[in-house]
Design a protein around this ligand. Structure first.
Ligand SMILES: Cc1cc2nc3c(=O)[nH]c(=O)nc-3n(C[C@H](O)[C@H](O)[C@H](O)COP(=O)(O)OP(=O)(O)OC[C@H]3O[C@@H](n4cnc5c(N)ncnc54)[C@H](O)[C@@H]3O)c2cc1C
Length: 409
């Protein structure tokens, strides 16, 4: 078994597969992808709604078909499935747990593309008993689409993001009607017309609402929901907690890489480079949860940066953190990708910033480098949605700038 690669990619979702595709196109074939699931493909593998493919294949595709098509694009790339990277160290050394034991692998460059997970019940601090029947939208999809099972008969859905409505769709395909959708905010987080879909399914949407009690000893029997100060009971056998996406950053938090203490995201520059020269990061682990196609596009680009790096005549030996300009964000902003700009390698004049806000806010998004305005545009920003600040001209950054500052006012 080969243990030494030019590039190792952690995660065989759209981001990792896209990066592998570019690397191969650039002539770098000594690559491996490590995937903890039984099959490659990432989240789209268990999505059977046609919300994928428009950018990558110019047509709407179901997630599972999209995943298969992406796997085809990486040809005979070595993909180790049922293999989990359990830690990594400086110099591109990875500890990988495989079916026949633990191995140490080495790569000149590593791309961390570990994706997202939804927030399950416990971090949401929902009180009550702990019966069976509590799951996430991703788990629901896996039961219905990958295992052909019907995990519930009359569930409630918590959340109102796009993925919450796709859970409604999954339930419809399984012949199950949801008893309600529960959203703590005053509007749904998905596009407003999605409410019509819930209506058509006969599922009421409860805004300004939260679950205050879960009833049932063995299995969920009911939930008590508080809506605008009034409590009411909904009989149900399951609760599907949807969305509340967080990056899969467990590996990062226990690594030597610089990361943001609030989000666990590694500090990446405009090339996706982390604070150690051997490591890159990309995809939904940085910006939960952009669409599959968007992650695929990003993977193609970051794969190109890694190829430039590997093929360079004069390798950079280390990241000089003193020439990385930090990106600071205003209090209404949740995160920015990139989180810093590397001024020592300016072979890219312009870059996009991907930001998300904490609460709905309409205003002017401003990006400043010192006193210089790099970007200024009116945006209607909703939480959980990407806001792309396009084409920011990095050549305009003055040498005396000490940070890039992004605000919404
Ligand atoms: C429930 C759910 C529904 C969604 N529905 C849609 C939708 O309908 N349309 C859409 O466009 N987008 C949807 N998304 C967004 C989705 O995340 C993106 O479509 C896309 O999958 C992101 O690509 P990625 O490669 O960054 O991450 P992922 O697809 O999440 O892939 C990351 C991969 O890394 C693997 N991995 C993680 N840690 C390790 C480790 N330590 N070792 C080895 N492997 C590891 C994971 O098993 C996974 O396969 C959904 C997301 C979720 C969670």
């Amino acid at each position: 078994m080969n243990l030494n690669y030019d590039v190792i990619i952690i995660g065989a979702g759209p981001t990792g597969l896209a990066a592998a595709q570019t690397l191969r196109r650039r002539g770098i074939h000594n690559i491996a992808i490590i995937e903890r699931e039984e099959h490659a493909g990432g989240v789209p593998r268990h999505c059977q709604h046609p919300t994928f493919g428009l950018l990558a294949f110019k047509r709407p595709m179901k997630g599972n078909k999209f995943a298969q098509a992406l796997i085809k694009r990486v040809g005979d790339t070595q993909i180790y499935t049922r293999s989990t990277v359990v830690s990594f160290q400086p110099n591109g050394i990875l500890t990988v747990s495989m079916s026949d034991g633990i191995v140490e692998m080495h790569a000149k460059r590593v791309l961390v593309a570990t994706g997202v997970r939804e927030t399950p019940r416990h971090p949401r601090l929902v009180t009550g008993l702990r019966p069976q029947g509590i799951l996430t939208a991703g788990a629901l999809q896996q039961f219905v689409y990958l295992k052909g099972k019907k995990p519930c008969r009359n569930p409630v859905i918590v959340g109102s993001e796009l993925v919450s409505f796709s859970a409604l769709w999954t339930l419809k395909n399984a012949g199950v009607k949801a008893q309600g959708m529960i959203e703590s905010g005053s509007r749904i987080l998905a596009y407003k017309p999605a409410v019509l879909f819930a209506k058509a399914m006969g599922t009421p949407v409860y805004l300004n609402s939260k679950i205050t009690q879960i009833g049932g000893l063995e299995r969920v029997e009911y939930v008590v929901v508080e809506t605008a100060g009034q409590s009411h009971k909904i009989m149900c056998d399951s609760i599907i907690f949807t969305g509340g996406f967080v990056g899969e950053n467990t590996l990062i938090r226990k690594s030597h890489l610089d990361f943001d203490a609030n989000t666990g995201k590694p500090v990446t520059d405009q090339y996706g480079h982390c604070s150690d020269i051997h490591y890159y990061a990309a995809g939904n682990m940085l910006h939960p949860a952009d669409m599959g196609d968007q992650c695929y596009q990003e993977g193609l680009i970051i794969g190109g940066h890694i190829a430039d790096d590997i093929l360079a005549h004069h390798h950079k030996l280390s990241i000089n953190n003193t020439v990385r300009l930090p990106v600071s964000i205003g209090s209404s902003i949740r995160f920015s990708v990139p989180a810093c700009i590397d001024l020592s390698v300016m072979n890219m004049d312009k870059t996009d910033f991907n930001i998300q806000v904490k609460h709905a806010i309409t205003g002017t998004v401003k990006v400043m480098a010192g006193d210089y305005i790099l970007y200024e545009k009116h945006h209607r920003c909703l939480p959980t949605r990407r806001i792309l600040l396009k084409g920011i001209d990095l050549t305009k950054i003055q040498p005396d700038a000490t940070e890039i500052r992004i605000t919404v006012v």
